[in-house]
Every structure is written in structure tokens, then in C-alpha cells.
Design a protein around this ligand. Sequence first.
Ligand SMILES: C[S@@+](CC[C@H](N)C(=O)[O-])C[C@H]1O[C@@H](n2cnc3c(N)ncnc32)[C@H](O)[C@@H]1O
Length: 412
Amino acid sequence: MPKRKRETKTPTQLRNARKRKAKKREKATARLQDPSLVYIDDPLSAPTVLQAKHFFKELGQRLPLQLKAKEGWRSSAKLAVRRGADGLKIGLFLPKSHEIISVLGCSAHHPAINQALEAITVIGASGKIKGYDELDGTGDLRYVKLDVERSTELVQVTLVWNASSQEEAGSSLSWLLKKLKRHELWHSIWLNFNAADKHTSRILAYEKEAWLQVHGPKRFLREALHSVEGEAVELCFPPFVFRQANLCAFEDIVSLARHFVPAQSVVVELYGGVGTIGLHLADRVSSLVCSDENPHNRLCFKRSAKALPEELRPHLSYVQGDAASQVKSVPTADVVIVDPPRKGLDEAVLQALCRSRKKKQQRLIYVSCGFPAFQRDCQKLIDAGWTVHHAEGFILFPGADHLETFCVFDRA
Ligand SMILES: C[S@@+](CC[C@H](N)C(=O)[O-])C[C@H]1O[C@@H](n2cnc3c(N)ncnc32)[C@H](O)[C@@H]1O
């Protein structure tokens, strides 16, 4: 039989074939739905919300649900960047997949986030910068983080770059920065150098050396929660600290927390971030010790506390450390406030709360962003003698299968 000649393709043909394939993939995913908007028609029908209602009903508790604006609420977003057929593909991963769905123009975004995304997408269409390719670990831009300063509508943008330094990033980064700086959208521009292995799921590199501010003022982005009563606080949110994506709705949680902290309480706050809840209790506490594992938070807390009236400052302190290292303070508190990540309380914290007995009466305010973990922790707290005094559910991400649970426990 005559041998068939092997078909060889020119580099241009190969490139075009790759582009066609990528376009086909993009078309297929475009038909799929943004995972953050699946329940947007009726956010109260999301499975987690129904599950939470059932759980509290079984405990003999009502669970009032709070839902604010369904559009324009997301003032902080971390978005993945990958290689697209026509430049950068920026968006959210579809559940359990490596496919990205574009979120350009998403109705949940604060308008400033959409403007920023548009600007980056247009610049990216030139093809001069490459989106990250997780198959081979090549490419430039891995993620973008966008945080809006709501009072000015300016955006703090962080470019997560696949290099370990600005030198290593080279001319493509310098070119992008030059283009970005022509826009008047920015509060500041930050670089986060993350050359971690392609198998990592970590979005940001948290080491101090990984961060570089290349544009904007030295003063951190500020946010005031205007609807919260008490002393006005200016929270600091540089890009390397946790910030609630829906700060407008979280204001109501902070207000509610104030309501459940009796005047002159000794308060211990674990998983406190930059002091988003704790600092708003400054006029209600005889002392507040706030802590968090992120070493960057301390400076933010101190700067915000410094701007409070002089007589309140001595009552406020901040300790850097993970929650497990702070459990000694739990029995000394009248009120313990916890707002852990999705996985819930660390075992050491849960154990400390379950055996804490020094005070005659104690209150625990638990703010949870992960309902399954809350359910588990709640059951253990009840078994240890805590009772649910009040619970409320907040739809912080309307359209997503998520509930932020606010629960007050008491122990006599
Ligand atoms: C859901 S955020 C809440 C922060 C704050 N209450 C707010 O609303 O901005 C959780 C915080 O827990 C911190 N964190 C995560 N794991 C921790 C741990 N094991 N010990 C202490 N803090 C932790 C994170 O750094 C983050 O600031």
C-alpha cells in the first residue's frame, strides 16, 4: 500500500486552527450561565437559603431574610484572566471546570467595575499581553482584582502577573501600564507578582515583596459605612486585605451587630479583618481586642482607629495572629464576635467557645459566609449549652447559591 504523506501545517495555519478552536470553546461557554446569577429571578429560592430556613425552623427559630439591590452591588471583584481567541478572556470559572465565563457588563457589578473591565478588555484585544494558560503555565496576566472606592467611584486595580518581579515581567507589563494610566478610572494601580506553579489555586501572593503600587496616592482606599450609627469610621482597604464584595448590604450586618452588643461590653473579635465590624463598636465597648491572621490588617486597623475621637482609642486594640492563637481571650469576653471564612470556625476556637465558662453570661455573635460549616458549628455550640437568641439571613450575593447568616447565641 502506498504510504500516505503526513500533512504538515505552517505556523500560521496552526495559529489559525488554535484560534478557531478557542472561538468554538468561547461560543459554547457563552451559552452557559454566569454562576453568580443562576437564582437572580428569585434570590430567596436558592437552595442554601431554603436549607437555612429549614434548619432554623427545626431549631424553633424564625429566619427573617434581608435582600437589598439586585444590581450594581458588587464593589469588589476578583476575576480570572485566561487566553481568549481575541485577546484576554476575563471572568468567573464555571463550577467544577476550568472554563471561564465572561462577566463584562454583568448587572451585579458596580458600574465602575464594568468600565474598568471594558478598558482592560479593549487594551487586551491588541494581543500584546497574554492571558495566563494553565495548561502550560505560560502567559502574563493571571487575575485582576477590582475594588471600587464608593465615594469617588474610582477603582483600585490589581494586576496579578505571572512573574516574580517587575524586571522579569518585562516590556509587556510596562506597555499595559502605560495604556492603563491614560484612563481616569483609577484610584490606584497595584501589581501582585505571582509566579506560583500552575497547579496552585491561590489567586494572590501575600508576601510583602509580591506587592508593588505603581500608580495613585499612598493613602489607602477608604470606605465609610454611612448607614451605621455611632462614631463615623473610615475603613482602610488596600488590595492585600479582605473586603466584603457587597459592602452596601454588609452595612446592615454591622448595624445589627451594634444592636446586640450591650453598652460597656468587653468584646473579643476573631477573624476581624481590618475591623469592619469591631471598629463600629468603638463607642459601645469598654474594650475591644480585634485579631486576624493577615499581617497586613494591623496597619489598616491602626490607621482607622487613629482617626476616631481620642477618648475612644484606648479601648481599642489589635493583635495579629490566627484565631486559634487567640482562644485564651475567649473566656474573658462578655461578647465574642466571629466572622470566619467559608470553612467555619477553627477547631480550637469551637472548643474554646464550648468550654468557655469564666463569665456568668456570655454572648456570641457569629457572622457566617458558609452555611454548611455554620450548621455544623451551630449544632456543636447548642450541644455545649449555647442557645440561639436571634438569627437573620442576608442575601449578600443576589443570584448566587449563598447566604450570609447572622446569629446571636447566649449562654447563661
Ligand atoms: C469573612 S472575612 C471577615 C473579615 C471582617 N469581618 C470583614 O467583614 O471585613 C474572614 C477573615 O478571616 C481571616 N482569617 C482566615 N482564616 C483565619 C484564621 N485561621 N485565623 C484568623 N483569621 C483568619 C481572613 O484574613 C479574613 O480577614
